[in-house]
Design a binder for this molecule. Structure first.
Ligand code: UDP
Ligand code: MG
Length: 316
C-alpha cells in the first residue's frame, strides 16, 4: 500500500539528484507514511539517467520514467502523476528549491481535509528585475484569466487522489498546470516559505523560455485577448466615425481645404498595426486548435524502471 507518491521532474539534475533523494528519504521515513518516489527524466543530456537507475536498484521505493527527448516540465509532471499510485501526490523539483522538510506540514494540512496544499515561495534572493517582471506579469494574468493564479504558488504542492484524477481527466495537450490546478477547484490552502537557491546545477528558465511560458499562460485559459481585439476594433471604428462626421460638417460649412495627407497615413499605419496584432491573436488560437486536433501524446517514453535491465552503480 502506497500512501504517498512524490513526483519529481528532472532535467539535467545529476549533480543534485542523490542529495535530493537522501534529503527526501530522511524526512519521510520518520513520519511513518508508506511512500514511493516517481522520478521523470525529461530527456536529460547528462548522467541523470545513470543516477536514477542506480537509485531504483538501491531503493525499492524509487520508480522512474525516462523520455526519449526533452518534452518540458509540464509533460514530465503529467507522466509522474500518471505513474503515481498514492492516495496523496506531491509534486516537487529535484534541485532542493522545494525543501522536503515542508512535507510533514503539508501532510498535516491534508489530514485537515484539504485537497490541494500549496507551499508558496517568496522571492528572497531573486534578482530585482525578475521579481518586478513577475509582479507585472501576474497582475496582467489576473486581469485576463478566468482562473486565479498566485505569484510564487508554483508546482510545489500536495494533491489528493481525487484532485490528481481530475487533473488527469483533462485531455488538452497544451498543459499550463498553474491554470489547471486552479481550474479543478477543491479546498485549497497555502502557506509561505522562504525561497532557497538551487543546490547545484543551473536553472533551465532563461528569459526567452519564461516569456513563452508567460504567453502560454495568458492564452491557454480563455479567449479574452480575442474579446480585447473586438473592443479595440469597435473603439477605433467609433472614433473614425466621429472623425468622418467632423470632416463632413467641416466641408459643408467651410468647403474643402487641406487634403489631409497626414491624417490618411496615420490612420493607415495605426489601423494596419491593430489589424496585424489582431490577426496574430487569432493566429495563436488557430495554432492552438491545430495543435490540439493532432491529438499527439504528451511525451514518448524511452525507458521505465520496469523495462530497464540490471544496472550497477555508475560510480563504481
Ligand atoms: N525541468 C524539467 N524539464 C524542463 C525544465 C525543467 O523536468 O524542461 C525540471 C527541473 O529538472 C527541476 C524543475 O523542473 O526539477 C524546475 O526547474 P528549474 O529549477 O530549472 O526551474 P526554476 O526553479 O529556476 O524555476
Ligand atoms: Mg529550480
Amino acid at each position: 500500500m502506497v500512501r504517498m507518491s512524490v513526483v519529481v521532474p528532472c532535467l539535467d539534475e545529476s549533480e543534485v539528484i542523490d542529495a535530493f533523494h537522501t534529503a527526501l528519504v530522511a524526512t519521510l521515513e520518520p513520519t511513518g507514511v508508506a511512500f514511493e518516489v516517481c522520478y521523470v527524466d525529461d530527456g536529460s543530456g547528462d548522467r541523470t539517467m545513470d543516477r536514477l537507475r542506480y537509485l531504483a536498484a538501491a531503493d525499492g521505493r524509487v520508480r522512474y520514467t525516462s523520455f526519449s527527448r526533452n518534452f518540458g516540465k509540464e509533460s514530465a509532471l503529467l507522466a509522474g502523476m500518471r505513474m503515481a499510485r498514492g492516495d496523496v501526490v506531491v509534486l516537487m523539483d529535484a534541485d532542493l528549491q522545494h525543501p522536503p522538510e515542508l512535507l510533514p506540514r503539508m501532510l498535516e494540512l491534508h489530514r485537515h481535509g484539504y485537497d490541494q496544499v500549496i507551499a508558496q515561495r517568496d522571492r528572497t534572493g531573486e534578482g530585482a528585475a525578475r521579481t518586478a517582471l513577475s509582479r507585472v506579469y501576474y497582475r496582467l494574468v489576473r486581469r485576463f484569466m478566468d482562473v486565479e493564479i498566485v505569484d510564487g504558488a508554483g508546482d510545489f504542492r500536495l494533491l489528493s487522489r481525487r484532485a490528481v484524477d481530475s487533473l488527469l481527466s483533462l485531455p488538452e495537450s497544451n498543459r499550463f498546470s498553474k491554470g489547471l490546478f486552479s481550474w479543478i477547484g477543491f479546498d485549497t490552502v497555502s502557506f509561505a516559505y522562504e525561497n532557497v537557491a538551487r543546490a547545484a546545477g543551473r536553472s533551465k528558465w532563461g528569459g526567452r523560455r519564461l516569456l513563452n511560458y508567460g504567453i502560454d499562460g495568458l492564452l491557454s485559459f480563455n479567449s479574452r485577448p480575442l474579446r480585447l481585439a473586438i473592443h479595440t476594433g469597435l473603439w477605433l471604428f467609433l472614433s473614425a466615425l466621429v472623425y468622418a462626421l467632423w470632416i463632413i460638417a467641416n466641408a459643408v460649412l467651410d468647403g474643402v481645404d487641406t487634403p489631409g495627407y497626414a491624417t490618411l497615413i496615420t490612420a493607415i499605419v495605426g489601423l494596419s498595426g491593430v489589424q496585424l496584432a489582431t490577426l496574430g491573436v487569432i493566429g495563436e488560437y488557430v495554432g492552438r486548435i491545430y495543435h490540439e486536433t493532432k491529438r499527439r501524446p504528451h511525451y514518448v517514453v524511452r525507458e521505465t524502471d520496469r523495462t530497464a535491465g540490471v544496472h550497477r552503480d555508475p560510480g563504481d
